[in-house]
Design a protein around this ligand. Structure first.
Ligand code: F6P
Length: 568
């Protein structure tokens, strides 16, 4: 297949299209009865077990998907990624988030230069800085230790670090090292988010970390100016140097903003925003909260999966198998969505993070060469921790639409609870659901079964479950920093594999630009209307009408206001 031809023209794609008809003739009940098939659909890596036997797939399907991977040159694309080639062609960048978690002695090159020493230069700087802050050697403008951190950032400069923070928060080792400290995340430009994030904090004991790859993102920069004002109005403008640091690729803008470049932590344009949690974007706030040594374990976990992804044969390669099965579900079986269902409250921010990684990466309409695609790409991701999801949207996934599910379970709870006299421990209770739900989806319940149970005839259709609903189950040994890193990397690479097969650029995000530029037009209009009473111009009828209503109804907003900060 030539580089500009589409994967849907390949023989492997066409073969899979025909194969769908065979699969439609089978039910997961029958597929699950084949023990040999199920046995070969279990993959283990470093204590993590993937069971994909509840996919609507046979061993033949798998072979065909592996041929599809070959036709799409997936192995070559993985190699090109690890070799630092500029595979993000529309931004002319390499894609090297794997270098962020590489050991000190690894060699990973971008443009012929080994980037690992630079990565470790920043990691060492973070280790040193976070230790000074945590030990109280670095103090605020009034001499008090900085025990609280507010990380300002949005999208990739927020969701990954929030996911890891939320997952670590209940780990006993992390609890110990975070004693007396708080880490908060300010993302939304909504002033309510500012109010919530500074509520109960004192500028005297707070360190603000401004996280922005570009240092131009409107939301982040306004929030950064707002907290700069919060600090300087309380402690004087000179306090900013002690209370604000930054993470960015744009150190010139960091300095222009007024943050000492010595207190800036760099990363590089070969790190995509949504793939940046292993850079200073995540490592700095997380090290301030938990100490660098715990964060280093997280990086090691991610690196272990990087190695597995790079070297394991595809039929035993967890991210590759998951990526191929996602393509199978979306492009062949026609299931556009995916539910991410961790049976762990600590993973409550996994779905929001993966929403960005997956949907910003793979929600594309053209191939990497700019050819409009005759097939849809990307998955609609959503999710909630089990069992909360069960009491919310599971009705739809059991009897309504077919949504392939990712069930994620943990063997050892971070916080075990046993009650004397209870049938099982609290974690076993949770995990009972983890084991039950995939089978309920796969097998369903037939009318015959219901009638045998004496269900009244008129309720039989309502109580019938057709089953045949696919899922994967991923069982992790525990939820330590190391395992959290592994889980992150599994998803990152799975998403890359999907994009490699679909032949798209999973590393750009042009689709976010149009809305931003229209918002800037509205911002200008709001400014001139409020300040000078100028009429609304240049918008369509609908926007003009609603904008006028907004302006009229908020006419009490002063036209030239003096600074007002939240009062919570
Ligand atoms: O929403 C678009 C986006 O560019 C994301 O890709 C990125 O993660 C986010 O904005 C934040 O960007 P930055 O880190 O440059 O502030």
């Amino acid at each position: 297949m030539g580089s500009s031809s589409l994967i849907c023209d390949s023989e492997s794609w066409k073969d899979l299209k025909f194969h769908v008809e065979d699969i439609k003739k089978t039910h997961l009940r029958e597929l699950m009865a084949d023990t040999e098939r199920c046995k070969s659909m279990m993959v283990e890596f470093d204590g993590n077990l993937l069971d994909y036997s509840r996919q609507r797939a046979t061993l033949d399907t798998l072979n065909k998907l592996l041929s599809l991977a070959e036709a799409a040159h997936v192995k070559d694309k993985i190699n090109r990624m690890f070799n630092g080639e500029r595979i993000n062609s529309t931004e002319n960048r390499s894609v090297l988030h794997v270098a962020l978690r590489a050991p000190r002695d690894a060699v990973i090159k971008s443009d012929g230069k080994n980037v690992v020493p630079d990565v470790w230069g920043v990691l060492d700087k973070i280790r040193e800085f976070s230790e000074r802050v945590r030990s109280g050697a670095w103090v605020g403008a009034t001499g008090k230790p900085l025990k609280d951190v507010v990380a300002i950032g949005i999208g990739g400069s927020f969701l990954g670090p929030l996911f890891v923070h939320t997952a670590l928060q209940t780990d006993s080792e992390a609890i110990e090292s975070a004693k007396g400290r708080q880490l908060r995340f300010l993302a939304n430009v909504d002033p309510i988010d500012v109010a919530r994030n500074i509520a109960g904090l004192s500028p005297e004991t707070t360190l603000v970390v401004v996280v922005s790859k570009t240092f131009t993102t409107a939301e982040t920069m306004l929030n950064a100016r707002t907290l700069r004002e919060w600090i300087s109005s309380a402690l004087g403008p000179q306090a900013v140097a002690k209370h604000m640091v930054a993470v960015s690729t744009n150190l010139t803008l960091v300095e222009k903003f007024g943050i000492d470049p010595n207190n800036a932590f760099a990363f590089w344009d070969w790190v995509g925003g949504r793939y940046s949690v292993c850079s200073a974007v995540g490592v700095l706030p997380l090290s301030l909260q938990y100490g660098f040594s715990i964060v280093e374990k997280f990086l090691k976990g991610a690196w272990s999966v990087d190695q597995h992804f790079y070297s394991a044969p595809f039929e035993k390669n967890i991210p590759v198998l998951l990526g191929l099965l996602s393509v199978w579900n979306v492009s062949f079986l026609g299931y556009p969505a995916r539910a991410i269902l961790p049976y762990s409250q600590a993973l409550e921010k996994l779905a929001p993070h993966i929403q960005q990684v997956s949907m910003e990466s793979n929600g594309k309409g053209v191939s990497i060469d700019g050819v409009p695609l005759p097939y849809e790409t990307g998955e609609i991701d959503f999710g909630e921790p089990g069992t909360n999801g069960q009491h919310s949207f599971y009705q739809l996934i059991h009897q309504g639409r077919v949504i392939p599910c990712d069930f994620i379970g943990i063997v050892k709870s971070q916080q075990p609870v046993y009650l004397e006299g209870e049938v099982v421990s609290n974690h076993d209770e949770l995990m009972s659901n983890f084991f039950a739900q995939p089978d309920a989806l796969a097998y369903g319940k037939t009318a015959e079964q219901l009638l045998k149970e004496n269900v009244p005839q008129h309720l039989v259709p309502h109580k019938t479950f057709c089953g045949n609903r696919p899922s994967i189950s991923l069982l992790l040994p525990s939820l330590s920093a190391y395992n959290i890193g592994q889980l992150l990397a599994i998803y990152e690479h799975r998403i890359a594999v999907e994009g490699f097969v679909w032949g798209i650029n999973s590393f750009d995000q042009w689709g976010v630009e149009l809305g931003k530029s229209l918002a800037s037009q509205v911002r200008k209009q709001l400014h001139v209307s409020r300040r000078k009473g100028e009429p609304i111009e240049g918008f369509n009828f609908s926007t003009t009408t609603v904008l006028s209503r907004y302006l009229q109804a908020s006419a009490d907003v002063p036209s030239d206001p003096s600074t007002l900060l939240p009062k919570m």
